[in-house]
Design a protein around this ligand. Structure first.
Ligand code: PGA
Length: 251
């Protein structure tokens, strides 16, 4: 079965509730005819409820940008899977490189978030990616392997139906530098074969692997033409309805 494409927008720490609502409405309109692919929006927590309302009936999935492994308790600054669901979100991103690099999140913490979210019925986008130093020293694939193995520790084959992997080379995020399609396809092919080793082949082949890092209207068609690129996770270019609309409607 061919994998259904997923075009995801991560708004990071951008947009007030008013701005997020407007953008979500514009994106829903832009994606109206793109019925053969999935669309996901990850606004800041404060706008989740408004965005869920704005995209109602469009089929767009709304996601949190992170999720706690606890249901509730004394965890200042965290948000629980139940709270995300309460606002209409059905998915969450975990392990984004900004969480890893700026906020010191570890593979084991990310694995707990992923499992906690899955246990509460959320779909999870697990982000992985190497830094420039790691790529230049030839360690990129070893780092990806470590992040996949640790991130998916104790996750069952059945649970993998609700997991998407996003490969985002850290050196390509927000820098305007995109991995070449060959670099991206090499990483995606490697991740795919690792998933086939870790789970049954059928499952490995059914898991969607997204590319992220300076995706824009100018490079979307070429990226989506690669056999193991099943979609994209877009930061900057998802903040504007026209550019994200073009990305959603890739050829
Ligand atoms: P970018 O961000 O598209 O702005 O490079 C990608 C991401 O961080 O998911």
């Amino acid at each position: 079965m061919p994998r259904r494409a997923l075009i995801a927008g991560n708004w990071k720490m951008h947009k007030t509730v008013t701005d997020a609502t407007l953008l979500a409405e514009q994106i829903a309109a832009a994606g109206r005819d793109a019925t053969d692919r999935d669309i996901l929006l990850a606004p800041p927590f404060t706008s989740l409820g408004a965005v869920t309302g704005a995209v109602e009936g469009s089929g767009i999935v709304v996601a949190g940008q992170n999720v706690s492994w606890e249901e509730q308790g004394a965890f200042t600054g965290e948000i629980s899977p139940l709270m995300l669901k309460d606002l209409g979100a059905t998915a969450a991103i975990v392990g984004h490189s900004e969480r890893r690099q700026i906020f010191g999140e570890t593979d084991s913490m990310i694995n707990k978030r992923l499992r906690g979210g899955l246990e509460q019925g959320l779909s999870i986008l697990l982000c992985i990616g190497e830094t420039l130093d790691e790529r230049e020293s030839g360690d990129a694939l070893a780092i990806l392997e470590q992040q996949v193995r640790a991130g998916l520790a104790e996750v069952s084959s059945t649970q993998m139906a609700s997991v998407v992997i996003a490969y985002e080379p850290v050196w390509a995020i927000g820098t305007g530098k995109t991995a070449t399609t060959e670099q991206a396809q090499e990483a995606h092919g490697f991740i795919r074969s690792l998933l086939c080793d870790l789970y049954e082949k059928d499952i490995g082949n059914s898991i969607r692997i997204l590319y992220g890092g300076s995706v824009k209207p100018a490079n979307i068609d070429e990226l989506m033409a690669q056999p193991d690129i099943d979609g994209v996770l877009v930061g900057g270019a998802s903040l504007d309805a026209e550019s994200f609309g073009r990305i959603i409607n890739y050829k």
